[in-house]
Design a protein around this ligand. Structure first.
Ligand SMILES: Cc1cc2nc3c(=O)[nH]c(=O)nc-3n(C[C@H](O)[C@H](O)[C@H](O)COP(=O)(O)O)c2cc1C
Length: 371
């Protein structure tokens, strides 16, 4: 069993901020794999916006408040989490470390962090589940046929996952131009082992007048009735990841889904969308105060987690950072990363006068007066 003391005793002193893992990862990952992970779609406008949105926000220091009883503890879907930083679903983790998702799960367990396992995991979902007793959710991509989708959901239920996260923003999945230019392909050892068939890079056979997008990929994109169908198949809560249009959200609210992850897929889906942080306040207004909202996209520090919570998130998820830490230090790297993120969040809370996550509100942010 990993203890935090053991983890910290082996960490090089140069790794003292979450972002350091991104710099170090370059030494552990080949250029084409790095391009696959770090790249964004199109001209990377959404990717850049995710970071810019955080950088624009200022925090207000506050003194004279007793924070000695402070805690980052939170309840999400009736599950207790020690802190509101979860591991986002990231495919094919054996690309960067031989232990892949098992190492990530061990880190989540050591740090009592929530983990969301991708449909495209390179490790069996049952094996991953055995390595963490902390909150674990299964991220679902609808499969071309309903039996295959149902099979994944039932396996996740049986393995002890506590929620299904349905991702809706990547009906069209293409490699980023950066990864294409370096000729990235998914190697055998990182294939999505939970799926019956390997991911096909061959488009569906179409007639010359048919479009690969409309008559090809979009024929597999889930519709609102598919979400309703899913609700009828499982007793698990359903959280939807990657919706931003108010009409989509309205339809999902009408179905009483259990939560939303505000996300633009880390700038890997439709390019040119707002940053997820920019979307957050509007979506919070639409869904109301008590609805479960998480955010991902551009989180690179505990300061960012704080800002997202101040703007309406109940918790945040980290995507690329966890993969960089996994590449550099396996389970220890990811656990150390989570520890740094939590420490930074605590620091922000203490210096803005917040003892609980509920205290983090817009009053902790500084807004310049308009002239
Ligand atoms: C290499 C990579 C693979 C990803 N795979 C998935 C996936 O299988 N399912 C999913 O819902 N999101 C996937 N995502 C998106 C993440 O869950 C998350 O939305 C995004 O990484 C957040 O942005 P960040 O990387 O800036 O933290 C992936 C992201 C990356 C970088």
């Amino acid at each position: 069993m990993m203890t935090i003391e053991k983890i910290l005793s082996k960490i090089p002193i140069e790794l003292c901020q979450p972002g350091d893992y991104e710099i170090w990862a370059e030494r552990f990952i080949s250029p084409e794999v790095m391009a696959y992970i770090s790249g964004g779609s199109g001209s990377e406008i959404s990717l850049k916006r995710n970071r810019q949105a955080f950088e624009k926000i200022s925090l207000l220091h506050r003194a004279l408040i007793d924070c000695t009883k402070g805690t980052t503890q939170t309840d999400i879907l009736k599950q207790q989490l020690r802190h509101p930083v979860l591991l986002a679903p990231v495919a094919a983790q054996k690309l960067v470390h031989p232990e892949g998702e098992v190492a990530t799960a061990q880190a989540a367990n050591a740090m009592e962090a929530g983990m969301i396992l991708s449909t495209l995991s390179s490790t069996l979902l049952e094996t991953v589940a055995e390595h963490t007793e902390a909150t674990k959710w299964f991220q679902l991509y609808f499969q071309p046929d309903k039996h295959a989708t149902l099979n994944l959901v039932q396996r996740a239920e049986q393995a002890g996952y506590q929620a299904i996260v349905v991702t809706l923003d990547t009906a069209i999945q293409t490699l980023s131009p950066r990864a294409q230019k370096l000729g990235f392909t998914l190697p055998q050892h990182a294939q999505p082992i939970n799926l019956a068939k390997k991911i096909s890079t061959q488009p569906t056979i179409l007639t010359p007048t048919q479009s690969v997008i409309f008559q090809g990929m979009m024929t597999e994109a889930p519709l609102i009735e598919d979400i309703a169908w899913l609700q009828a198949q499982t007793r698990l809560p359903i959280i939807v990841k990657g919706v931003m249009h108010s009409k989509d959200i309205e339809q999902l609210l009408n179905l009483n889904i259990d939560g939303i992850i505000v996300s633009n897929h880390g700038g890997r889906a439709l390019d040119g969308t707002p940053a997820s942080l920019t979307l957050l306040p509007t979506i919070r207004r639409q869904v109301g105060e008590d609805f479960l909202l998480l955010l991902d996209g551009g989180i690179r520090s505990g300061y960012d987690a704080f800002k997202a919570i101040a703007l309406g998130a109940d918790a945040v998820c980290v995507g690329r950072l966890q993969i960089y830490a996994l590449a550099v230090g396996g389970a220890k790297g990811v656990a150390h990363l989570l520890k740094m993120l939590r420490d930074e969040l605590e620091l922000c809370m203490a210096l803005t006068g917040c003892s609980t996550l509920n205290d983090i509100d817009r009053g902790t942010l500084f807004t310049e007066e308009r002239t």
